[in-house]
Design a protein around this ligand. Structure first.
Ligand SMILES: *[C@@H]1O[C@H](CO)[C@@H](O)[C@H](O)[C@H]1NC(C)=O
Ligand SMILES: *[C@@H]1O[C@H](CO)[C@@H](O)[C@H](O)[C@H]1NC(C)=O
Ligand SMILES: *[C@@H]1O[C@H](CO)[C@@H](O)[C@H](O)[C@H]1NC(C)=O
Ligand SMILES: *[C@@H]1O[C@H](CO)[C@@H](O)[C@H](O)[C@H]1NC(C)=O
Ligand SMILES: *[C@@H]1O[C@H](CO)[C@@H](O)[C@H](O)[C@H]1NC(C)=O
Ligand SMILES: *[C@@H]1O[C@H](CO)[C@@H](O)[C@H](O)[C@H]1NC(C)=O
Ligand SMILES: *[C@@H]1O[C@H](CO)[C@@H](O)[C@H](O)[C@H]1NC(C)=O
Length: 377
């Protein structure tokens, strides 16, 4: 009822500009104590992970298959990521204060998966993490004060996780301390070689970058630096950083968004060669609501969720490819659309195509929206 009321208020406010058409829903069969916790895409299949099962969906939200997760009593599998080199995905299963284990699933036919090899414990990881990344065979796990690189070794009938010597910590970045709140990767090509730039976000100081070369399917760090976003005058010294999202990365240039806890989101353009930092725009916070879950981007569309104290979620959609003259003058951008979800404890939000967005709109509901007129002119 509350959400219906809010919807109509938002609709009146934004109907002039509305470009998101949300006309398709799917209901998932969830128990009352079950939570949706993560999502990943593996070769065109969407994997929606809950605290007790994972559901495979196609881009049209057809449910292809459902499996129970390999929770073991102490550990709950709460993160999922596709493995880019194989028709596989990995679940990370965690328990506060204990080491995690990973479980691999391999495709056996159409939408059928089965557990591949043994469960892999990672005894050197002692702190829970809220995302992990796999690039080639490199697995990156964040801890409070570092990013740790591992190698996944996939054999014919089994696999394992090997440690490496690469650790991105305060010493690596030549700084006094590091408190990692987020990290993200994006690739660029240079001289027929693939590189990945890893943006590592420090709670207090902002963005550290590390360049890695992608060789024999492994990431090897070779260069690093610091982007002092607080020196831009737009971000106050007392700001604390929550998320970093790369937009476009080249050898000497990084375009990215940083999100603070209490203010807004800032889109920057940084040139490494002369340390030139330029604020492109500010993507305004929604009222005094708290930033929530993860920012998503797809070409010029930026999607930023917020939550209030009743746990209602509003998702602000920005089209950064287009700004009116007025917006260019004040360096502030308001959302083009707002999507609303009922009160939920966790959100999933993903693109199924360039202009098709899926989000959790209610406890057991996913909604698909078409974002028309979002193309850059
Ligand atoms: C679950 O697996 C972890 C990692 O292998 C292990 O430490 C833990 O004891 C297991 N819990 C139970 C209840 O078997
Ligand atoms: C991805 O899916 C396509 C179509 O089902 C298949 O042909 C291809 O082999 C898959 N890719 C990988 C890496 O398994
Ligand atoms: C695989 O998918 C195709 C097309 O969707 C279907 O015709 C076929 O029966 C499926 N095979 C299996 C083993 O499920
Ligand atoms: C590391 O930081 C210190 C203090 O800021 C500086 O003097 C030194 O040149 C830096 N070292 C490198 C390799 O950048
Ligand atoms: C480190 O970051 C977390 C947020 O991820 C924050 O709650 C905590 O206070 C920070 N610790 C320090 C010492 O700044
Ligand atoms: C990224 O930036 C480069 C250089 O400015 C440009 O050529 C390229 O088209 C951009 N890519 C995207 C996806 O915007
Ligand atoms: C990046 O900067 C270096 C050093 O100035 C220069 O040699 C290189 O050509 C630049 N790369 C690109 C893609 O502009």
């Amino acid at each position: 009822m509350i959400s219906v009321l809010l919807l109509s208020i938002f609709y009146m406010g934004y109907s002039q500009r509305q470009q998101a058409i949300c006309n398709f829903e799917v209901y998932l069969d969830l128990d009352s104590d079950e939570e949706i916790v993560d999502h990943a895409k593996q070769n065109g299949t969407d994997i929606v992970l809950t605290t007790s099962k994972f559901i495979l969906l196609d881009d049209a939200l057809n449910i292809l298959n459902t499996y129970s997760t390999p929770n073991n009593g102490t550990h709950t599998c709460n993160l999922v990521s596709g493995h880019p080199l194989y028709d596989m995905f990995l679940l990370a299963c965690q328990s506060e204060g204990r080491s995690p284990y990973f479980v691999a699933y391999k495709k056996t036919s159409n939408s059928t998966y089965s557990i591949f090899g043994e469960y892999q414990a990672v005894p050197s990881i002692l702190e829970n993490f809220n995302k992990f990344a796999i690039i080639g065979n490199t697995l990156i796990i964040p801890q409070k004060n570092k990013l740790v690189f591992f190698t996944t070794v996939i054999q014919a009938t089994t696999w394992y996780i090997r440690t490496t010597s690469y650790i991105l910590d305060a010493q690596f970045f030549n700084t006094s301390s590091l408190n990692v709140t987020d990290f993200s990767l994006s690739s660029y090509q240079q001289d027929q070689q693939t590189y990945y730039r890893i943006l590592t976000l420090d709670y207090e100081n902002g963005v550290f970058w590390a360049d890695t070369i992608f060789r024999s399917n492994n990431l090897i760090p070779f260069n690093n630096g610091f982007i002092n976003v607080k020196s831009s005058f737009y971000i106050s010294y007392s700001s604390r950083f929550r998320q970093v999202v790369p937009l476009n990365v080249t050898q000497n240039n990084t375009q990215f968004i940083v999100q603070t806890y209490a203010d807004g989101n800032y889109q920057f353009d940084y040139t490494t060669t002369n340390s030139y930092l330029y604020l492109v725009t500010t993507l305004n916070r929604y009222k005094d609501w708290n930033p929530f879950a993860s920012v998503r981007t797809q070409s010029s569309i930026v999607v930023i969720p917020y939550q209030n104290y009743q746990k209602t979620v509003v998702i602000s959609l920005f089209n950064i490819g287009y700004r009116s003259n007025d917006q260019q003058m004040n360096l502030k951008q308001e959302p083009t659309d707002l999507l609303i979800s009922a009160s939920v404890d966790s959100l999933i939000l993903y693109f199924t195509s360039a202009n098709q967005l899926v989000y959790r709109s209610d406890f057991d509901t996913l909604t698909s929206c078409t974002l028309s007129n979002y193309n850059v002119e």
